[in-house]
Design a protein around this ligand. Structure first.
Ligand SMILES: *Cc1c(COP(=O)(O)O)cnc(C)c1O
Length: 353
């Protein structure tokens, strides 16, 4: 720490991203990326766009928001794009949460409390129930704005849409942000509800289900007045927030519905098979509608499992949150990758005997 650091920043505890090893030897199941490459149309679009990198990108990201609006049947004015959904979430916390505070599930995306400390927002963790499910009724008396991930981060558990609606409907004077990073793996999106509730914002990303984690593209859909408020923050911070390559890639990815459906179907099928095999090995597997599984085994601790797998060339994520420290989170890779993962896992359990 230098002697110049602002004392407010000195007290921050930053978000810790999953490892991104330079060494390509690992089977990488730790940060919920897609195991499949971007679609060929995305690669072609990025190549063509790279000729124009001399020029700034479109600050309105019009082509991209048009493609998103078309996909979801909403108006273009109801969409804003960002440099990953992390940026969109940051804009939202900055725009709306100053006085309200943020109520979030106690086990969820680790960035929510970090944004709260960065922007000086009160963080109000609301416990998941004993089955790690979001209890919609626990939000009935909460006056803070609400941020939930659905399916929830870390657990993968999906909250049915009528429960999301209940949270939005019960208190029109608070904002409800639904982070749908994993919704394409079996959940149902709340985007149509944004037409009915002007206190609802749906946030999505191209990182998980559209093969573009490194492209950094995310977006939000909401009532036009909310989108305009988010734009006030964006234009006070970084008007060219999505680069030319991100816009081109995002646009092409949104339009290639066939490739999108093929990739997510494969991941859903692989997830089912791996969950079944893990249960046979004695694991507790939380019911996931995401592209990862949160799993626990009575004979091995979470940290120990993580280390043993890493030693064998398989990277998974161990999260230190008290309630899930006995678990590891395993991203769904290709079938071949998951076969190696299952084999190494069985080996580790065998050595304990
Ligand atoms: C991965 C993830 C994000 C961040 O996505 P980017 O678009 O890559 O910034 C946001 N929320 C949740 C719940 C995530 O899992």
């Amino acid at each position: 720490m230098s002697r110049f650091l602002d004392i407010g920043v000195a007290s921050l505890v930053p978000y810790v991203p999953g490892e991104q090893p330079k060494d390509a030897g690992y089977i990488k199941l730790n940060t919920n990326e897609s195991p499949y490459p971007p679609s060929p149309s995305v690669i072609a679009a990025v190549k063509a766009e790279s000729e124009k990198l001399r020029l700034y990108s479109d600050p309105e990201t019009s082509d991209l928001t048009a493609a998103i609006a078309e996909f979801y049947g909403v108006g273009q004015k109801n969409v804003i794009a960002g440099n990953g959904s992390d940026e969109i979430l940051a804009f939202i916390f900055k725009a709306f949460f100053g006085e309200k505070g943020a109520a979030c599930p106690d086990v969820s995306y680790g960035f929510y409390p970090v944004f709260c400390s960065l922007f000086g927002i009160k963080y109000n963790p609301v416990p998941l129930d004993e089955n790690f499910m979001i209890d919609a009724s626990a939000y009935a008396d909460v006056t803070d704005n609400v941020v939930i991930a659905n399916p929830n981060a870390q657990t993968g558990i999906y909250l049915p849409l009528d429960k999301v609606e209940e949270i939005a409907r019960s208190r029109p004077d608070r904002l409800v942000v639904v982070d749908e990073a994993y919704v394409d793996f079996g959940g149902e999106t709340a985007v149509p509800l944004t037409k009915k509730y002007n206190n609802l914002i749906v946030v999505q990303t191209f990182s998980k289900s559209r093969q573009l984690a490194g492209g950094r593209v995310g977006f939000a859909v909401a009532d036009e007045s909310l989108i305009n408020d988010i734009k006030t923050v964006k234009y006070s911070f970084n008007p060219y927030n999505v680069g030319r390559l991100g816009i081109a890639a995002g646009c092409a990815a949104m339009k290639d519905r066939e490739y999108f459906d093929a990739c997510r179907s494969k991941i859903i099928a692989t997830r089912g098979r791996v969950a079944y095999e893990l249960a046979k090995l004695g694991f507790t597997v939380l019911p996931s509608k995401a592209n990862f599984l949160l799993i626990r085994h009575g004979d091995v601790g979470g940290e120990e499992m993580y280390r043993a797998l890493k030693q064998r060339g398989v990277l998974v994520r161990h999260l230190k949150d008290e309630r899930i420290k006995d678990f590891v989170r395993v991203t769904i890779g290709t079938d071949d990758e998951m076969d190696v993962f299952l084999k190494k896992t069985a080996e580790i359990l065998g050595e304990l005997k």
